[in-house]
Each structure stands twice: as structure tokens, then as C-alpha cells.
Write a protein that binds this ligand. Structure first.
Ligand SMILES: *Cc1c(COP(=O)(O)O)cnc(C)c1O
Length: 226
């Protein structure tokens, strides 16, 4: 099966209002080009270096999403072009994105990454940390970022009940942040959750953005990093 077929098979299951982010990490440019030629434009990478190298070899209208952990000292490399950063996990990082976006004369869309998995994971904010960021005086002065929602990853497990419960928790957190901090703000609308193994569950629980690698490009030699 080719990449074009994989994407059209997914497209049948994913409604129009849900954005499909094709996760191309570790995949060569030729395969990304194949997806592009099939009409796909939104790609997710988890490493800055890999993203900027691939970008040089692909059409300019690709929308690049950063889905992996972002170090503050690397923000400057992607600020000129990145279309969405899914993995904001500190006020310090948000501040740096704001600074580099200003230098690049842009406003960058960002998601707060919330920690929902029961398993030990290094990245992601507790809900209370997200509240703290949104209450911070510094945050209110950021003119060059726009928070458009939240992202989360469920525990890597076969237990569907657990995954569902974690997605439901993320959806509740999203609704609560929206009600408290973004009332009437149509821009705060993205709930980025769901990967190859759990995207249908995620859509059942309100996902607006699924990040899918394996089902499009085939197996990688590693599954995920967190
Ligand atoms: C790798 C990765 C994905 C995609 O995983 P698949 O199981 O291949 O679909 C989605 N989100 C994040 C944050 C990832 O790192």
C-alpha cells in the first residue's frame, strides 16, 4: 500500500473538521513528497534539526507542526516558518517563542501540552501549571503568540478504558480553560489528541486534530518519545 492510499483511507474515517497531521519524523523527504503529491500539506516533526533540514527540500507551502519537546535555544530556528507548536510546556518557552516570533515579524500559534498519561513522562504541564501560565502577568503581554488549544498524549497501553479516561480528562481541561480564559474567542479551539493506535477513540472524545505517523508512513524503528 502506498502513502496516497493510506491517506485516503484515513480521510474516509476522519471528518472534515478534524485536522490530520501527518507525522513524518524519521521518514525521508521522498516519502513526505509522496504525501505532498497526494495533496497533503500538514506535517508534524518532533525534532527541530530534522524539520529544518527537510523543509529545505520540500515545497514552501508545507505547514510544519512541531509536536515534540522544544528547547528554548532552538526556537529561533523554526520561528520564521513554523505554523503550529503543539508542545508548549513552560512560561519560559512561551516567552522565548513570543520573542523570536516578534523578531520574525510573526504571530505563532501554540498549544499547551498537558500531561494526562498515568505513566511517567518528562514533558507536559499539569493542569494547575497551565492555569499559572494563563494567570501570569507576563503572559498577558505576549503579542506574538496565540494560544489555540491544548495537546496531550495518552498512556502507551492496550487498556482502552484508561486511554478513553485520559482523553476525556484532556477534553474537560480544554473546556475549562476555554471557559475561563478564552470565552468567546473562536481561536482557542484545538484539542490535539490521538495517534495511529488511538485516533478513533480520540475523535470519539472530541479531538479536533489527530497526529498520525505509522498508519501513513509505516513503522518507524522507534515508537514514541516522551
Ligand atoms: C510519533 C508521534 C506521533 C505519531 O505516532 P504514530 O503512533 O506513529 O501515529 C504523534 N504525536 C507525537 C507527539 C509523536 O511523537
Amino acid at each position: 500500500m502506498g502513502i496516497a492510499e493510506n491517506i485516503s483511507r484515513l480521510r474516509i474515517k476522519i471528518p472534515e473538521h478534524v485536522t490530520l497531521v501527518a507525522v513524518s519524523k524519521t521518514m525521508p523527504v521522498a516519502l513526505i513528497q509522496e504525501a505532498y503529491d497526494a495533496g497533503h500539506r500538514v506535517f508534524g516533526e518532533n525534532r527541530v534539526q530534522e524539520m529544518i533540514e527537510k523543509r529545505d527540500h520540500l515545497p514552501q507551502d508545507v505547514e510544519w507542526h512541531l509536536i515534540g519537546h522544544l528547547q528554548t535555544n532552538k526556537v529561533k530556528y523554526i520561528a520564521p516558518f513554523v505554523s503550529l507548536i503543539h508542545s508548549v510546556d513552560s512560561l519560559k518557552l512561551l516567552s522565548e517563542i513570543n520573542r523570536e516570533a516578534a523578531r520574525a515579524n510573526r504571530k505563532i500559534d501554540c498549544l499547551l501540552q498537558l500531561r494526562i498519561a498515568r505513566e511517567e513522562s518528562k514533558f507536559g504541564l499539569q493542569f494547575e501549571d497551565a492555569i499559572q501560565i494563563l494567570n501570569a502577568a507576563e503572559y498577558k503581554n505576549f503579542q506574538h503568540i496565540r494560544l489555540t488549544g491544548v495537546m496531550g498524549m495518552a498512556t502507551f497501553t492496550d487498556d482502552e478504558q484508561q486511554i478513553r479516561a485520559e482523553f476525556q480528562m484532556l477534553a474537560r481541561h480544554f473546556e475549562e480553560l476555554k471557559a475561563r480564559y478564552f470565552p468567546g474567542d473562536g481561536a482557542f479551539r484545538e484539542l490535539s489528541m490521538g495517534m495511529s493506535d488511538d485516533y478513533e477513540l480520540a475523535m470519539d472524545t472530541g479531538s479536533t486534530m489527530v497526529r498520525i505517523g505509522t498508519l501513513i508512513f509505516g513503522e518507524r524503528n522507534y515508537k514514541r518519545e516522551n
